[in-house]
Ligand binder design. Structure first.
Ligand SMILES: Nc1ncnc2c1ncn2[C@@H]1O[C@H](COP(=O)(O)OP(=O)(O)O)[C@@H](O)[C@H]1O
Ligand SMILES: O=c1ccn([C@H]2C[C@H](O)[C@@H](COP(=O)(O)O)O2)c(=O)[nH]1
Length: 209
């Protein structure tokens, strides 16, 4: 199992789309559509409007929907999955808490849930592919993608997410990393990115062997 990790709009979905054309690979994208519509409500939009009030609501739902993805039985030898329950906690929940936007009690409850899950439920991973971008690149791609809920995201938000990813996956300064990390520089244009995916294809697809 391979997780594709990276900042918002770093190119994860585009990377997965590319590999989805390969036979014997199952690709699981993030369930963003669920985060934008759970029984008619939009926790992603609410979180960006008022993170202190809705951060826990969103992150609880992200945690549930990512767990649901992780425990799906595999239908092919290789599964590539966009992000993970780990980055939901170590990057996004952490960012809300550290920036003072998630109350301590909310963070404590979310953390206990998370710890219980990773202790009691097997979440296998063989390789983490980290698409390493500059926050500025993500900011430009984010504006180009133009998702309604994300129009309020400032560059500083992407910088915080970037720093948390770097501390976790590059500097090993924050949390345990559950698998080896393959870093792919991802500021390049699409043509160069596809070339790099080809160059790394073997390393990625043989990770489970
Ligand atoms: N290498 C690239 N160069 C320029 N634009 C890109 C590149 N990769 C992706 N994009 C565009 O940037 C936006 C975000 O990409 P996406 O794959 O959705 O990122 P993520 O899934 O990480 O949020 C999309 O509009 C996509 O078409
Ligand atoms: O735990 C999480 C995971 C994701 N989000 C947000 C960040 C973005 O606005 C979307 C996901 O978009 P990507 O383009 O796939 O990065 O969801 C969050 O708030 N918490």
């Amino acid at each position: 199992q391979i997780w594709i990790e990276g900042n918002i709009a770093s190119g994860k979905t585009t990377c997965l789309e590319y590999f989805s054309k390969t036979s014997d690979i199952e690709v699981l994208t993030e369930p963003v559509s669920k985060w934008r519509n759970v029984q008619g409500c939009n926790p992603l939009g609410l979180m960006y409007q008022d993170p202190s009030r809705w951060g826990l609501t969103l992150q609880t739902y992200v945690q549930l929907t990512m767990l649901d993805r992780h425990v799906l039985p595999m239908s092919t030898p290789v599964r590539m999955m966009e992000r993970s329950i780990y980055s939901a906690k170590y990057i996004f929940a952490e960012n809300l808490y550290k920036s003072g936007k998630m109350p301590e009690v909310d963070f404590a409850v979310l953390s206990e849930w998370f710890e219980w899950i990773i202790k009691n439920i097997a979440i296998p991973v063989d390789l983490i592919v980290y698409l390493q971008t500059s926050p500025q690149t993500c900011y430009e791609r984010l504006k180009q993608r133009c998702r309604d809920e994300e129009k309020v995201i400032p560059l500083e938000y992407l910088e915080s997410i970037h720093n948390l990813y770097e501390d976790w996956l590059i500097h090993h300064k924050s949390f345990e990393v559950p698998a080896p990390v393959l870093v792919i520089p991802a500021d390049h244009d699409l043509k160069k990115m596809l070339h790099q995916y080809e160059e790394n294809r073997e390393k990625i697809l043989m990770a489970h062997c």
